[in-house]
Design a binder for this molecule. Structure first.
Ligand code: ADP
Length: 462
């Protein structure tokens, strides 16, 4: 409708110029001064009409250029100021629509940006290493976990993946996916400061006109270790069980084969059979205990007068200590009260005290002590025994581990499971066990029990 204003202006200009021309023509032809004067008045109106039309044209041309710029900015997703035009202007409607389009585009860009930020935050905090490589073989995204698995700082700017990945197996896997355009999955072992096993998927993602490759790695070292531990446990358990069973059956067969007619041999062999069956029983008991702990048997904590409790347990070992001429001492303060599962504490004390007696020297001593602070209480089992070599200390808590002296010379009977049981029990309540030892001087095993609940805090007076 307003475009017709331009036509109107053209028509007015054309009309005015024709009438002015005719008036001038007839005015001069007939020498009519009135006509000539009227023609001059009309030519003034014509000039005004031309000037107005020119100004309107220039104004609209400027708006047209602004709209053109605005359109280009919208197409290239660049921010641009909205254009406000007075009503009646021919470009008013289109300018309003472009402004609306641009504001919608900005809203959508914000939503996309927010979703992207959310996605990057989620990907960054995942416990899985993720790396995205574009078709030019440049890394365009890698999360923190991937950086820590590769033990490298990964730049944010696109860069070749070979700058970050040094593992030959992983490099070849990615190369293969680039060549074949087919996803691959395998387990990769990383060697370095900490050797680990990664379950690795290199996924080929086809996009509309391009493709990406995503490397997804999950550290499965713990799972593999647990599997390996189970295999080792079964292998060691069957080996350890076989030894007494073979001995029992061997000696029984020899006796049945005629050796039992000799009374001295009979007694000697029966003693061995008895000894081996005791060993077999302890072994089975220890294996059962380990499996109970692994099944997560719940603990029932209760307030315990520690001194009385330790006294009772030490009394249970008095005959074993007497045979070896070892003094048992309870140095736990009279008023120490702790909150603990008594069955669990019994098992811990049994293992530590029997070891302290077994691996002691004649005339030595075993002392049980207590200490505490606001966050934990400690039980110390101190002996004056043979001590433990430094090389053995780090392995003491492994299942079936026996230090050289106790294994090769087999002076002292044992299953190699006692300390493993203690460690698993202590771990199950979030406690800690440590050992200090000196060869020929003695050892101190310290178990730290956390004090979690204020209601369970022990009344301590050292
Ligand atoms: P075992 O049944 O052999 O005693 P443990 O798991 O209780 O098994 O102990 C593992 C090994 O640690 C023992 O074989 C022994 O060599 C060593 N050990 C444990 N306690 C002591 C100790 N108090 N003094 C010296 N060596 C010890």
């Amino acid at each position: 409708m307003t475009l017709s204003k331009a036509y109107r202006q053209i028509l007015i200009i054309l009309g005015l110029s024709s009438v002015t021309f005719l008036m001038l023509f007839f005015g001069f032809a007939r020498d009519n001064r009135d006509l000539i004067f009227l023609a001059f008045v009309l030519s003034f109106c014509l000039t005004v009409a031309i000037v107005t039309a020119t100004l309107d044209f220039r104004k609209n041309e400027k708006i047209r250029k602004q709209l053109e710029y605005m359109t280009k900015s919208i197409v290239s997703h660049q921010p641009v100021a909205p254009l406000f035009i007075r009503p009646g202007n021919p470009y008013k409607q289109i300018a309003d629509q472009l402004t609306e389009l641009q504001s919608r585009q900005q809203d959508e860009s914000k939503t996309i940006k927010n979703s992207n930020t959310e996605l990057v935050t989620i990907l960054s905090s995942l416990p899985v290493g993720i790396m995205v490589i574009d078709s030019s073989q440049d890394v365009i995204f890698a999360n923190h976990k991937m950086a820590s698995m590769l033990q490298r700082n990964i730049m944010n700017q696109p860069h070749s993946y070979s700058q970050d990945i040094r593992n030959y197996q992983l490099l070849s896997l990615i190369e293969r996916v680039f060549e074949d355009h087919e996803s691959q999955q395998t387990e990769i072992r990383s060697v370095g400061d900490h050797s680990s096993t990664w379950d690795t998927s290199v996924v080929y993602n086809q996009l509309e006109n391009d493709y990406h490759i995503s490397v997804i790695m999950y550290d499965i070292s713990d799972i593999i270790n647990v599997k390996q531990m189970q295999i080792d446990f079964l292998r060691n358990a069957s080996h350890e069980l076989k030894t007494p069973v073979t001995a029992i059956s061997g000696f029984a067969k020899t006796l049945l084969g005629g050796a039992m007619d000799d009374r001295k041999t009979l007694v000697e062999f029966l003693k061995i059979i008895d000894q081996q069956s005791t060993q077999l029983t302890s072994l089975i008991q220890d294996v059962l205990t380990i499996s109970h702990i692994q099944n997560g048997t719940p603990h029932h904590s209760q307030a315990l007068e520690l001194k009385k409790f330790v006294d009772a347990k030490l009394t249970g070992y008095s005959s074993m200590a007497k045979v070896r001429d070892i003094t048992l001492v309870d140095e736990v303060p009279q008023d120490a009260v702790v909150s603990v599962d008594s069955q669990m504490l019994t098992r811990i004390l049994q293992n530590l005290v029997s070891n302290a007696i077994k691996y002691n020297r004649s005339g030595g001593s075993v002392t049980v002590k207590y200490s505490a602070n606001d966050s934990f209480w400690q039980l110390h089992v101190v002996d004056t025994g043979i001590g433990i070599a430094q090389k053995d200390i780090s392995r003491l808590f492994e299942r079936f581990y026996r230090a050289d002296d106790s294994r090769t010379k087999q002076k002292v009977s044992g299953t190699g499971l006692g300390l493993a049981i203690v460690k698993e029990l202590v771990d199950s309540i979030g406690g800690v066990i440590h050992v200090k030892s000196q060869r020929g001087v003695g050892s101190t095993f310290t178990v730290e029990f956390p004090i979690n609940d204020e209601s369970q805090t022990a009344q301590v007076d050292k």
